[in-house]
Write a protein that binds this ligand. Structure first.
Ligand code: UT7
Length: 330
């Protein structure tokens, strides 16, 4: 078994900024409510005509540039998203073609806000098994395409963005790399966060569109409670079974859904907030994009360093949840 390590990280966010003040003009909300209840000040929105593969390709190319390799060297492309360009072909196929990953295989992975974590774990195992030497894991979502901008309960939360991490085998002598993952899905929570139409249950009809069923529908309070409980629980489990405690964690890099979910989870874990990466203020919830975007911010600000013990954690629609431990390698 070869341990997988993260060797490059590329991100992309669209240029257009949608602020809380812009939203005040669109729905019955205000900057103070959004800031206090969610921690969000602004989010990025992709321009018309842009799709998830466009964001994903930008992020992927940035990761390849950083590593100094061509797309042709990539063995597998995993695109984690709930907003694929279309249901098929997969966004992974579109990305593979555009980054020139000739001969690679790949697929889309649907796990909503836990998507990137699930992709990272899957990729780490592809590397660990010896099957592949270079796996590109991309979290990309264009949430603005499935958000109802007349629903103040959801439209203030989400934004568009993408991030990609390259996974490769670590040298035998290296400490860096994947340590462990614990995940859990619980379909009994499926009704609390979903896009009801557009699949085989409710195919698109004039009626389904009129009923606004092709948008995100959420019971925010239910999701909030589950997220705090599950995020801290899974973090505890993955730490304990590897002989660590919260004291050993250099950085918690959580999915960014709500600042209050993050701080409440950290508090339950016994982790001080100065060891938690939060950038929800600038990007909102970009679904599968949040963890790479937050990791990039941690790296660029000089906080995340080689040798740090990193705890990634996420909870999302499904429900899906996961926590994974990594030793940062560069
Ligand atoms: O990545 C996983 C995906 N999603 C999540 O993790 C989301 C989890 N849930 C949340 O983050 C929070 O539940 C929300 C931010 C969605 C809502 O915050 P809350 O503190 O749970 O508010 P609430 O739903 O209990 O609503 C409180 C009040 C209500 O008014 P009344 O009934 O007290 O008069 C809402 O109608 O706030 C009202 N409200 C708003 N007011 C201004 C709801 N949305 C807004 C808004 N602006 N945008």
């Amino acid at each position: 078994m070869r341990k997988a390590k993260i060797t490059a990280l590329g991100c992309y966010t669209p240029e257009h900024v949608l602020t809380n003040y812009d939203l005040e003009k669109m729905v019955d909300t205000n900057n103070q409510w959004i800031l206090e209840r969610t921690g969000i000040s602004e989010r990025r929105i992709a321009e018309a005509g842009m799709a998830t593969s466009d964001l994903a390709v930008e992020a992927a190319n940035e990761a390849l540039r950083q590593r100094g390799i061509a797309g042709a060297e990539v063995n597998a492309v995993l695109v984690c998203t709930v907003t694929p360009d279309m249901l098929f072909p997969s966004t992974a196929c579109l990305v593979q073609n555009r980054i020139g990953a000739k001969g690679a295989w790949g697929f889309d992975l649907v796990a909503a806000c836990s998507g990137f974590l699930y992709g990272l774990t899957t990729g780490a195992h592809l590397v660990a098994s010896g099957a592949h030497r270079k796996v590109l894991v991309i979290g990309a979502d264009t949430m603005s395409r499935i958000i109802d901008y007349t629903d103040r309960g959801t439209c203030v939360l989400f934004g568009d963005g993408a991030g990609a991490m390259l996974l490769e085998p670590a040298a035998d002598s290296e400490e860096a790399g994947f340590i462990d993952f614990v995940g859990e899905i619980d379909g009994s929570g499926g009704d609390y966060l979903k896009m009801p139409a557009g699949g085989s249950r409710i195919p698109a009809t004039a009626e389904s569109v009129a009923q606004r069923l092709h948008y995100v529908h959420q019971d925010g309070q239910q999701v909030f409670k589950y997220a705090v409980k599950k995020m801290s629980e899974l973090c505890d489990t993955v730490l304990a079974r590897n002989g660590f405690t919260a004291k050993d964690v250099s950085w918690l890099i959580p999915h960014q859904a709500n600042r209050r979910i993050i701080t409440a989870s950290a508090e339950r874990l016994g982790l001080p907030c100065d060891r938690v990466i939060i950038n929800i203020d600038r990007y909102g919830n970009t679904t599968a994009g949040t963890i790479p975007l937050a990791t990039r911010d941690a790296l660029e600000s000089g906080r995340l360093k080689k040798g740090d013990l990193v705890l990634f954690a996420a909870v999302g629609a499904g429900y899906t949840a996961g926590a994974s431990l990594w030793r940062w390698g560069y």
